[in-house]
Write a protein that binds this ligand. Structure first.
Ligand code: SF4
Length: 508
């Protein structure tokens, strides 16, 4: 993958494992491997990790089987159901098995099971996983009885996902701020989410180019059947966007004698041509029930259409109604100019709660605040004494009322405009939104809760500080601080915020 992405247009084919050790989905994947092995037109098979949050056959083992068959594999590596120890274990197992290409993602929220809903883990976010992979690739230093032991370097090639198909400004900017962090953490390729709007595909390409990143971008081509399109249209497949206009076209197409198969494969071939023409480094082809000959058709027809790709832009004009674009529209091409859209015309209201938290922060936790030094002294005095308990519970009570505090002791309120990602983001994302929000609403509670990052964006934008959302990388929660006072941990240099602000205990 690493070499191919530097030299040619890369095609990957996504396959979805099912439940059971020997189910049909598993056999289909093995058959696909035999078909693509040695063909050269499909560079890699990608395998989904527990799609839709449902359990399925482990991708690691399937990936290993495919590697043995001589097929290049990308496994989806998600954070939903493993903690950091399990992530490290799994990474070493993958390396040993010869599976080196990973697509690192947060993952879908776990779906209900007959025994009730599984415990969502989300201990690391994709940025934390990328950091761990970077350390492993460089030779992981682990404690031992003597000097630290340096483990043999791995050679993972890790990519990430991004969704430009977001309707709201805060949603979209959250994706791009998080992408910046992913790149800084070592992402080596980027794959887009499922969508069909040419201008959005162009937008993310232009965003990557304008940031000066030399990272290959792979466009997602999902071959839409009517049934799957309907689920996407109804927001039942998180993050995948099918607009009303596209849905109407699919309704017409399914009246045909082939039930729309020809039309959907041709649409995929056109999208292939569009993405290649635009400058994408490759495509990631997926679709329910897709056969090898369908993939070959998409490639061959797509190649035939590439020279005329600008004519196809108008066929992929599927904006979300009132949707925000990062760049201004280029009326000539139907794509984007290099000029960013003006985001400063109107500001969200400052809000009483926002003002209150800022005041509290500036007086108590800012080094220049009037109560900062007294609080620091107070923390030194009470730490480890009988007063520590009441202070801890007073803090918890205040934060329980304001933020439904989970008492992590390693508070992330400073990082997210005084919202708590541990209690109010179901996936505990600490560095930016997951890809699952829809029209500004949370993937997990699509009718009840706004995505926490959209709310944080508005809070920050009210003060012209929205860029702060991507300002620094938030480390994973330190669970050894659980049920201790994060105030004391902050003033005494034990939590991540004091380290981000460079307030170590020595300086105090
Ligand atoms: S609050 Fe936002 S980031 Fe968190 S799970 Fe919901 S959509 Fe994803």
């Amino acid at each position: 993958m690493r070499e191919a992405l530097n030299t040619e247009f890369v095609v990957t084919w996504e396959l979805v494992p099912g439940r059971g050790a020997f189910g049909k989905a598993q056999e289909d994947i093995l058959r696909a491997a035999e078909e693509v092995a040695g063909d050269g037109r499909v560079h890699a098979l990608t395998i989904t990790d527990n799609p839709g949050g449902e359990p399925a056959m482990a991708v690691d083992y399937l990936g290993m089987e495919l590697v043995r068959k001589g097929v290049e594999v990308i496994v989806h590596f998600t954070c939903k159901d493993k903690n950091r120890s399990q992530i490290e274990s799994q990474l070493y197992a993958l390396h040993r098995a010869g599976v080196h290409n990973l697509l690192v993602m947060s993952g879908d929220y776990p779906a209900d099971s007959p025994a009730g809903r599984p415990k969502p883990v989300f201990d690391f976010d994709p940025i934390h996983v990328l950091r761990m992979i970077g350390q492993m690739n460089g030779g992981y230093e682990v404690p031992s009885f003597g000097p630290p032991e340096v483990l043999a370097p791995t050679r993972f090639f890790a990519g990430v996902a991004v969704s430009p198909f977001k309707k709201e400004e805060g949603e979209l900017l959250g994706q791009y701020y998080k992408l910046r962090k992913k790149v800084a953490a070592g992402a080596q390729f980027i794959v887009t989410q499922v969508g069909y709007d040419a201008r959005k595909f162009h937008e993310v390409l232009q965003f990557v180019r304008s940031a000066g990143w030399n990272i290959p971008l792979i466009g997602n081509i999902y071959v839409l059947t009517y049934g799957i399109a309907r689920l996407m249209y109804q927001n039942q497949l998180p993050g995948c966007v099918v607009t009303e206009k596209l849905m109407e076209e699919l309704v017409r197409e399914r009246q045909g004698p082939d039930k729309g198969k020809g039309a959907r494969l041709l649409r995929a071939a056109k999208l292939y041509a569009l993405l290649k023409g635009m400058g994408y480094a490759g495509v990631h082809i997926g679709g329910h029930g897709l056969k090898y000959q369908d993939v070959v058709y998409i490639i061959e027809k797509g190649e035939e259409l590439v020279p005329n790709w600008p004519d196809l832009v108008r066929e992929f004009d599927y904006p979300q109604e009132g949707g925000f674009y990062y760049f201004q529209r280029d009326e000539g091409t139907g794509l984007n100019t290099c000029e960013p859209t003006n985001r400063h015309g109107s500001l969200p209201p400052k809000g009483l709660d926002n003002r209150f938290f800022r005041l509290l922060h500036h007086t108590l936790f800012d080094e220049r605040g009037i109560f900062y030094r007294p609080m620091r002294l107070f923390s030194r005095v009470v730490d480890g004494t009988r007063l520590e308990g009441p202070v801890t519970w007073l803090e918890h009570l205040i934060k329980l009322i304001s933020n439904n505090c989970q008492q992590c002791g390693d508070c992330a309120l400073f990082d997210l405009a005084y919202f708590c990602p541990m209690s109010q983001c179901p996936k505990n994302q600490r560095n930016g939104p997951c890809g699952g929000s829809f029209e500004g609403w949370c993937e997990v509670y699509p009718k009840e809760r706004r995505c926490l990052y959209v709310r944080a964006y508005d809070r920050l934008k009210a003060y012209g500080e929205e860029e702060n959302m991507g300002r620094y990388e938030v480390p994973p929660c330190n669970w050894s601080l659980r049920q201790t006072s994060s105030w004391l941990n902050f003033y005494l240099g034990r939590d991540h915020s004091s380290k981000v602000l460079d307030l170590d205990e020595g300086k105090l």
